[in-house]
Design a protein around this ligand. Structure first.
Ligand code: AMP
Length: 218
């Protein structure tokens, strides 16, 4: 089973993707992590990312397809987070999966307002070692303040989690991913979920939707 989760920065898509990955034993593919790996060796990508800009859509497709070529069939059930963000990226992914005799089973769009996204993003912290994600308001570390519950590393703020960059990323989201959402809605592939509620209410809805899609998949 393959799932795509769409949502603006700080819509909570990472948290929900993590939950789905555990529940349905899916590989959680985060395009941001793949992009950050590329940025370690590429100053152009690093500065694009730090200013909140997107990597050119076809170039990002190349990184994702390279990753999939190298790692499939090891990961045959995947939840895609952060990719695709454009219609062209969706089409490239669909083509790749169909070529492998597979498909995209469900696309979930987690809907939040810009105000909510900006509020959440400035309180987001990540573990640079194990990549666990926290939110100082809604999901703080419980063992030691400012340190990762899983590995004890000091939490940091992502380079692009600043109010200016969030504004830019939200605009890109509106400009590009909205088009993808409209396209998928017309195809009848998309379900919208209200992301303004608390984590448990959202995940209950999503688990329900995915369980239904899984039954169809059998
Ligand atoms: P994210 O962690 O999903 O917010 O992604 C972090 C950054 O990685 C983005 O701001 C982009 O610079 C880059 N990136 C991730 N996914 C994509 C994509 N599908 N297309 C273009 N750039 C991407």
């Amino acid at each position: 089973m393959n799932i795509i989760i769409l949502g603006a920065p700080a819509s909570g898509k990472g948290t929900q993707a993590d939950l789905l990955s555990t529940k349905f034993n899916l590989y959680h593919l985060q395009s941001g992590d793949i992009a950050r790996e590329v940025a370690k060796k590429d100053e152009r990508i690093k500065s694009l990312m730090n200013s909140g800009k997107l990597i050119p859509e076809e170039e990002m497709t190349m990184y994702i397809l390279d990753f999939l070529h190298q790692n499939r069939p090891k990961f045959s059930n995947i939840i895609f987070e952060g990719y695709p963000r454009f219609i062209t990226q969706y089409e490239a992914l669909e083509k790749f999966l169909q070529y492998k005799g597979d498909d995209i089973d469900i696309v979930i769009s987690l809907e939040v307002s810009k105000k909510t996204a900006v509020k959440r993003i400035t309180s987001r912290r990540i573990c640079p070692k194990c990549h666990e994600v926290y939110n100082l308001l809604t999901n703080p570390p419980l063992k030691k303040e400012g340190k990762c519950d899983k590995c004890g590393t000091i939490l940091i703020q992502r380079g692009d989690d600043n109010p200016k960059s969030v504004g830019v990323r939200f605009e890109y989201y509106q400009e590009n991913t909205r088009q993808l959402i409209n396209y998928l809605e017309k195809k009848g592939k998309l379900v919208k979920v209200d992301g303004e509620r608390d984590i448990n209410a959202i995940s209950a809805d999503i688990l329900n939707l995915v369980s239904k899609a899984k039954k169809h998949d059998r």
